[in-house]
Design a protein around this ligand. Structure first.
Ligand code: MN
Length: 130
C-alpha cells in the first residue's frame, strides 16, 4: 500500500477515542474519527477507509445498524469492519461474529498489540480487487 493505511474509528467515548487514535497515528496510520453511528456511516462514504473500527454501543444507531448501512452501500460494502467490544460484553462479541464483522477487538485496547491487530484486518496489498 503506497499511502498510509486509513482507519475510520467510530467510538463515542472520548478517552477511548483519543487513546486509539494516538496509538494508531503513532504507528503510522491515517485516522479518521466519528463519535456516532450516523457520523461513522457518513465518514465511511466520504473517505472510503481501508478498515473501520466500530464501537457497538453508540448513541443513536448502534454499531450493528451502522454495519448494515455500510454493507448496503456499494462503495463501502467490501470495507472490513472490526467491532470494538467492551471486555465484559460476551454477548456482543458472539453477535459481532455472526453479524458480518470481520472480527472484534476488546476494550480496553492493548497499546502494544493494537496496531498489529488492526493491520491484520487490512486488505492484502497483493490481493486482486474484489
Ligand atoms: Mn460506546
Amino acid at each position: 500500500m503506497s499511502h498510509p493505511p486509513v482507519v475510520l474509528l467510530v467510538e463515542d467515548n472520548p478517552r477511548n477515542l483519543k487513546l486509539a487514535r494516538d496509538v494508531l497515528e503513532y504507528a503510522g496510520f491515517s485516522v479518521v474519527v466519528a463519535m456516532t453511528g450516523e457520523e461513522g456511516v457518513e465518514q465511511a462514504r466520504a473517505t472510503l477507509p481501508d478498515v473501520i473500527l466500530m464501537d457497538l454501543q453508540l448513541p443513536g444507531i448502534d454499531g450493528f445498524t451502522a454495519l448494515g448501512l455500510i454493507r448496503d452501500h456499494g462503495p463501502t460494502a467490501h470495507i472490513p469492519v472490526v467491532a470494538l467490544t467492551a471486555f465484559a460484553m460476551h454477548r456482543d462479541r458472539e453477535r459481532a461474529l455472526t453479524s458480518g464483522f470481520a472480527g472484534y477487538l476488546e476494550k480496553p485496547i492493548s497499546v502494544r498489540e493494537f496496531p498489529a491487530q488492526v493491520r491484520r484486518h487490512l486488505p492484502r496489498p497483493d490481493a486482486p480487487d474484489p
